[in-house]
Design a protein. Structure first.
Length: 269
């Protein structure tokens, strides 16, 4: 290697700036897009909001080459979506369009429609978070927000939220391996797997609380609450095009919400 090449090559601990049509966007831009997608999914009435968001997310996932990395996030929504489907389909208030009678239970078409719409909203929200988490490093997002002058408390909450999902998945895997090493049976039939969840819940919860306490002490030791603005050493690419994209996402989201409240978005009621 020539001396000039050595000077151009960054050290191993320096993370390269992501590239690509979506990965290369500024971290704040990706955060704004994710928040806009979540708001549209939950506030725009009918099928229009969640279906439009899922279509955008599918296109983004293909562009970012996420592929199977989205599968754990989809699986994580199964307990919630299953309960939504069951409760709304069988216990939807005021519905009279019965599908069929199963003993004391009477599933209705209105309940099924509401359940499917709610499921799509949850899926759209989960996917918007997943795409953000899988394409944006938490420290990069926090650094860019601090550079823009965001309060430290806000950046900490956002950074901790982005870190939560992958960290919980990692910790759950570590606890599962440790429990198996001690003879806990977490494989085989469904009942055995259900029984294996309970011994995992307590270590996961208490471990997460302990980690929060350790993180708080570490931040205070590094003058987290000190006055003054911290110096940001790393600046991420940004420009007029991305600023316009952020404003466009915010304004389009506000317009869709207003039109939905006014009843003007009736493409898919």
């Amino acid at each position: 290697m020539q001396p000039s090449d050595a000077r151009r090559t960054p050290p191993d601990f320096v993370q390269p700036i992501p590239t690509g049509p979506y990965r290369g966007l500024n971290p704040t831009t990706k955060l704004v897009i994710a928040v806009a997608e979540a708001l549209v999914a939950f506030t725009v009435r009918g099928w229009t909001g969640p279906l439009a968001v899922l279509l955008v997310l599918a296109t983004t996932a293909v562009a970012a080459r996420l592929g199977r990395r989205l599968v754990p996030f989809v699986i994580a929504t199964v307990p919630l979506t299953a309960s939504i489907l069951l409760v709304n389909t069988f216990l939807f208030p005021g519905a009279t369009d019965v599908i069929l009678r199963i003993g004391p239970f009477t599933p209705t078409w209105s309940g099924l429609e509401a359940a499917l719409q709610a499921t799509l909203r949850v899926m759209a929200f989960a996917m918007s978070v997943a795409v953000l988490v899988l394409t944006t490093r938490p420290d990069e997002l926090v650094a860019d927000l601090e550079r823009r002058g965001a309060p430290r408390g806000v950046t900490f909450v956002i950074g901790a939220t982005v870190r939560t999902i992958p960290r919980v998945v990692q910790r759950a895997g570590e606890i599962t391996d440790a429990q198996r090493a001690r003879g806990l049976d977490t494989q085989g039939r469904l009942w055995r797997r259900v029984r294996g969840v309970l011994p995992l819940a307590a270590p996961l919860i208490f471990g997460s609380l302990n980690e929060v306490e350790e993180l708080t002490m570490a931040l205070e030791a590094r003058a987290f609450s000190a006055a003054g603005r911290r110096t940001t050493l790393r600046v991420f690419p940004d420009g007029t095009g991305q600023r316009q994209l952020r404003w466009a996402a915010a304004l389009l989201t506000a317009a869709l919400i207003v039109l939905s409240i006014a009843g003007r978005l009736a493409f898919l009621p």
